[in-house]
Design a protein around this ligand. Structure first.
Ligand SMILES: Cc1cc2nc3c(=O)[nH]c(=O)nc-3n(C[C@H](O)[C@H](O)[C@H](O)COP(=O)(O)OP(=O)(O)OC[C@H]3O[C@@H](n4cnc5c(N)ncnc54)[C@H](O)[C@@H]3O)c2cc1C
Length: 410
């Protein structure tokens, strides 16, 4: 039965990254008018893979996202290789994954996902009203009580609800009084891609068609994570190494490296991967940070979402999935069934449902940085009772959790 108080809100979403776009899609489908404010004129996303487990993919499908247009690879296994020889030392089959969790474990190219989401939120077709996108609108001030925003270009705007999806360095987060406690990780990461044609020429075709996430190392700082995306036409690698290796003064998404520098970072690695590295493209360095859980996520009319709320290390491949869950919960608490018309109440419900679960994944991601046995799939849960498992993450019943929290209020 629907809630009598539901009314369409004017919603502002700050940041049109992957998280903000999911929030826009979910809230549009919940009957609200959404405007996205993005600081850039769309540099868009970077070239790298993005794996989406069922706790995320289930919502992308619920929201009628055209998954085929995102050029998916359906993951069938996790593979562990010996660092130097490349011999396979362990495999985790995802053969029964869909039967167990309802949707596939997908791998995408980040750029494909961003493009399709961007198009989907703005198109007329589909449930709800088309979202508006204001580019070159960098938010510099937010008043959480009044629901107003000031942009760097001199413009202002107001909304009934403001969702801040402005990323790991969120300005809005500071505007609502949160000072992050941040520590630089001792790990750093290179990401790179290589085309399928090139891999064929190099005699490395197996990495195009394995349909798995493949790991080298992972017990300690060094780890290579390789997977195919973009309809198996691109292979992407994340390469973790000690941050001291190339100095701690560099930061940002755009610090490049040469294939030789990438290769020299891992002298003893499987020769096949070094061959791949010597032919890789778009090699970029990525500094990693560990954020402590924030004291709160919401204030007045503002709610944080995605990396603005719970930035996490990439070692559980769950940052985007957790942003999808954030967006899905917003769709529930501001949807027909539960929304009473009280924005602050709905935001408190959002925080109550999301913060504990996202923090648990955030903490487990930091543990998995140097211990692959903590990564869902590899973690059995038997070694330690509180270990995060694939069942807990992928088998999560989000609507039931929302209902339980709301029922607990009375
Ligand atoms: C290399 C890498 C690999 C990853 N792999 C995976 C994976 O396999 N699976 C997975 O689930 N997750 C993965 N993640 C995590 C996932 O990508 C992030 O958690 C997710 O992209 C966060 O999205 P976001 O929208 O919250 O933040 P962002 O993607 O950072 O987007 C923030 C947006 O806000 C805009 N913005 C910032 N400030 C302002 C402002 N003041 N005003 C207006 N706009 C602003 C930015 O320009 C940007 O468009 C990975 C992350 C990285 C970096």
């Amino acid at each position: 039965m629907g809630s009598a108080g539901h009314k369409p809100l004017d919603v502002a979403v700050i940041g049109a990254g992957l998280g903000g776009l999911c929030a826009a899609l979910s809230l549009r489908r919940a009957g609200h008018n959404v405007t996205l404010y993005e600081r850039y004129d769309f540099a868009g996303e970077v070239g790298a893979s993005l794996s989406v487990a069922s706790n995320g993919s289930r919502w992308l499908l619920n929201w009628d996202l055209d998954i085929d247009a995102v050029k998916p690879v359906v993951l069938k296994k996790l593979v562990m290789h010996e660092w130097e020889s490349g011999n396979i030392i362990n495999e985790y089959s995802l053969g029964d994954y869909k039967a167990k969790f309802g949707t596939e474990y997908y791998n995408f190219h980040r750029i494909d996902m961003h493009n399709v989401l961007l198009q989907t939120v703005q198109q007329k077709e589909g449930k709800g009203f088309a979202c508006r996108l204001e580019k070159n609108h960098k938010v510099i001030e937010v008043d959480a009580q009044a629901g107003t925003m000031v942009f760097e270009n001199g413009k202002t705007a107001s909304a009934d609800l403001i969702i801040a999806a402005d990323g790991i360095r969120s300005i809005t987060r500071r505007q609502i009084g949160i000072e992050p406690k941040v520590e630089g990780s001792t790990s750093c990461c290179y990401r790179c891609i290589i085309g399928a044609e090139k891999l064929k020429q190099l005699g490395l075709s197996e990495f195009i068609t394995n349909n798995g996430i493949e790991f080298w190392g992972g017990f300690g700082i060094n780890k290579i994570v390789l997977s195919a995306c973009h309809n198996n036409e691109v292979v992407s690698c994340y390469c973790f190494y000690p941050a001291v290796f190339n100095g701690l003064d560099k930061d940002g998404w755009n610090i490049g490296a040469t294939p030789q520098e990438l290769c020299d970072t891992f002298p003893d690695l499987d020769p096949r991967i070094k061959k791949l590295f010597l032919n890789a493209e778009d090699i970029k360095m990525w500094r990693l940070y560990i954020h402590e859980e924030y004291p709160c996520w919401v204030k007045g009319k503002v709610g944080l979402l995605g990396d603005a709320a719970h930035p996490m290390l990439p070692d559980q491949s769950q940052g985007f999935c957790q942003a999808i869950e954030d967006a899905a919960v917003l769709g529930e608490v501001f949807g027909e069934e539960h929304f009473t018309g009280d924005v602050e109440q709905a935001l408190k419900r959002y925080e109550k449902v999301r913060k504990e679960r996202a923090t648990r994944v955030q903490v487990a991601s930091a543990k998995a940085r140097t211990d692959l046995s903590e990564r869902i799939g590899w973690s059995t849960g038997n070694e330690r009772p509180d270990k995060l498992t694939i069942e807990e993450v992928c088998g999560y019943d989000l609507p039931a959790h929302v209902r339980k929290v709301i029922q607990g209020e009375v």
